[in-house]
Design a protein around this ligand. Structure first.
Ligand SMILES: [Fe+2]
Length: 135
């Protein structure tokens, strides 16, 4: 049984998939079950993965234009062999936005939305998946 938005990885070939619609079956790749990537909510070790969110300045309508999300409190490495692959937001109007980063990028990204952000997920190619719930 899968749940919407779960992330699974094939431990043989490295395929990573996100569930868009829940189903009763098991996800299989390279002849074996794919592994569910658990969401972590606490930083561990010297590298920081939990996102930090800043509200972007208001525009002419006096409404904020969105947020800047930095990964993390101390900037995460963005090297070829260790970097943040993507950042995702979920909003209170049931929308999801995902942006991808590349090695060499600054580990931060802007999302332009006027909806309330409920959660942020970040995926590191070495350390996995982090989730921050916004109160
Ligand atoms: Fe990492």
């Amino acid at each position: 049984m899968t749940r919407q938005h779960q992330i699974y990885k094939c431990e043989i070939c490295g395929n990573i998939v996100e569930v868009l619609h829940s189903g009763a079956g098991q996800l299989v790749c390279c002849g074996q079950a794919m592994k569910l990537i658990e969401e972590k909510d606490k930083d561990e070790g010297k590298e920081k993965h939990l996102p930090v969110m800043e509200i972007l300045p208001a525009d002419d309508c006096k409404v904020s234009d969105g947020v800047k999300i930095k990964i993390g409190e101390i900037p995460h490495p963005m090297e070829e062999n260790h970097h943040i692959e993507w950042v995702e937001i979920k909003t209170n109007d049931n929308k999801t936005g995902k942006k991808f980063l590349n090695p060499g990028d600054v580990p931060e990204i802007n999302f332009h939305t006027r909806a309330k952000i409920l959660e942020i997920r970040v995926y590191c190619n070495i350390h996995g998946l982090w989730k921050l719930l916004i109160a």
